[in-house]
Design a protein. Structure first.
Length: 181
């Protein structure tokens, strides 16, 4: 079993790169909005507790399966201890898996353009209010540090990719080759 934690700032391309990785590997994609969107639909608001429980069930069941592996996309705020703790929690759930960490980075101006792409809007209905989504992206950048410092990530199976000028398929190929997925 393999777990690829694909993380980065808002609209950096996590889901889209994950989609491309599923085309060239046997990994399955579990992007963070696969739990956010249904909970928003059901409750009418962001219910963090329900989202966490929903994710927990998926992780626990997947870790028990004999599937090849899972890609999970995550916005990791490095300035929040609970986000570091969450990564440790995932490591516990997937204790028998090989775990890989791929960080995507791109400047805000590029991410603001990506925030409006058809694929993003089709897969993430909550992002369709572009004005709100752009404000949220900008404010999140101000409030949290979502790009790691050099040397901060202590894990052996880690890669940081500036995908500003790379296509999602090029980025996916880099990740696949780096980790021999």
């Amino acid at each position: 079993m393999k777990l690829l934690i694909l993380f980065g700032d808002a609209a950096v391309g996590k889901m889209t790169v994950g989609q491309e990785l599923t085309k060239i590997t046997d990994l399955r994609l579990f992007h963070n909005h696969m739990t956010i969107e249904p909970i928003l639909d059901i409750f009418g608001y962001f219910n963090g507790s329900a989202i966490r429980k929903f994710r927990e069930i998926v992780f626990e069941e997947f870790a028990k399966s004999d599937a090849y592996g899972l890609i999970f996309t995550y916005m990791w705020a490095f300035d929040i201890q609970s986000d570091w703790d969450y990564i440790e929690h995932l490591k516990e759930i997937f204790k028998d898996a090989d775990i890989y960490y791929a960080e995507l980075v791109a400047p805000q101006e590029i991410r603001l353009k990506r925030n409006k792409t058809e694929n993003r809007l089709n897969n993430k209905p909550s992002k369709r209010d572009i004005e709100f989504s752009e404000k949220w992206l900008i404010n999140t950048d101000k409030e949290h540090r979502l790009v790691s410092f050099d040397g901060e990530i202590p894990f052996e199976n880690y890669i940081k990719i500036d995908n500003s000028n790379l296509s999602p398929s090029e980025t996916a190929k880099i990740i696949k080759e780096r980790f021999n997925l």
